[in-house]
Design a protein around this ligand. Structure first.
Ligand SMILES: Nc1ncnc2c1ncn2[C@@H]1O[C@H](COP(=O)(O)OP(=O)(O)OP(=O)(O)O)[C@@H](O)[C@H]1O
Ligand SMILES: [Mg+2]
Length: 230
């Protein structure tokens, strides 16, 4: 039994399958995957390129629908909601870090990070700005607040994307290669920040990574190959 056995389950996936239809060829990317992540737990997913890690993360994060199977967020069915409802739940409970950052190019770093809270329409920009600034400082970017994504390095963009995922203090962070573009020292700094936030917020983390050190620091490592756990 692990340390999290008595914690609430924040994410559960049951028998997920995902196929893409391309004309008459159907590609079965996720064949049959189930998983549970408990509050405060850090789970890493490793597997070779093309094994289906990003596809799975998109399905778990409600960015895409499974072909078969079910996803539950905080005990409630999530995958069958319509796009607006899924967007709402994502904003309430999830922080998502894409493999390729997906920042909004016409907004500054600060505005990109503030965006998820602004979408809630509950706070004034002045308050939100302070929270976004504080987080950008924690990822080492207080000198880049007004830069737009096109004016940032790859690693800087990745850190802005991390700050954006964390600004809402999510119950669960799903991250696809969050340290992929970072040097070792910066990656270690980001990992320390994630550990602090995990302690502060009891945030669960599901992280896809090729970074062996990051993967090993997880409570549990899942190995994926050709759309199944191995
Ligand atoms: N929209 C799509 N249509 C068709 N095939 C797709 C689509 N998205 C992904 N695939 C295929 O699914 C497989 C898994 O892709 P995925 O991006 O999930 O891999 P990955 O494990 O994240 O790889 P990497 O480590 O390189 O990021 C790949 O072979 C890819 O070509
Ligand atoms: Mg990927």
């Amino acid at each position: 039994m692990n340390n999290f056995a008595n914690n609430k389950i924040v994410l559960e996936a049951k028998n997920i399958q995902k196929s893409f239809n391309e004309g008459k060829n159907s590609v079965d990317v996720i064949k049959d995957l189930s998983l549970k992540v408990a509050a405060g737990e850090f789970v890493s997913i490793v597997g070779s390129s093309g094994s289906g890690k990003s596809t799975l993360l998109h399905v778990l994060g409600g960015l895409d629908r499974p072909t078969e199977g079910m996803v539950f967020l905080n005990g409630q069915r999530f995958d069958n909601l319509n796009e607006t409802e899924r967007g709402y739940k994502r904003n309430q409970y999830l922080g998502f870090v894409y493999q390729f950052h997906h920042l909004l190019p016409e907004f500054t770093a600060l505005e990109n990070v503030a965006m998820p809270i602004m979408l809630r329409k509950e706070s004034q920009y002045s308050e939100v700005k302070q929270q976004a600034e504080a987080l950008l400082e924690r990822v080492g970017l207080s000198h880049r607040l007004t830069h737009k994504p096109g004016e940032l390095s790859g690693g800087e963009r990745q850190r802005v994307a991390l700050a954006r995922a964390l600004v809402t203090k999510p119950a669960l962070m799903l991250a696809d290669e969050p340290t992929g573009n970072l040097d070792r020292k910066t990656a270690v700094g980001i990992f320390e920040l994630l550990s602090e936030l995990r302690n502060e917020l009891n945030m669960a983390m599901l992280i896809v990574t090729h970074d062996e050190q990051l993967a090993k620091s997880a409570d549990r490592i899942l190995h994926m190959q050709d759309g199944i756990w191995v």
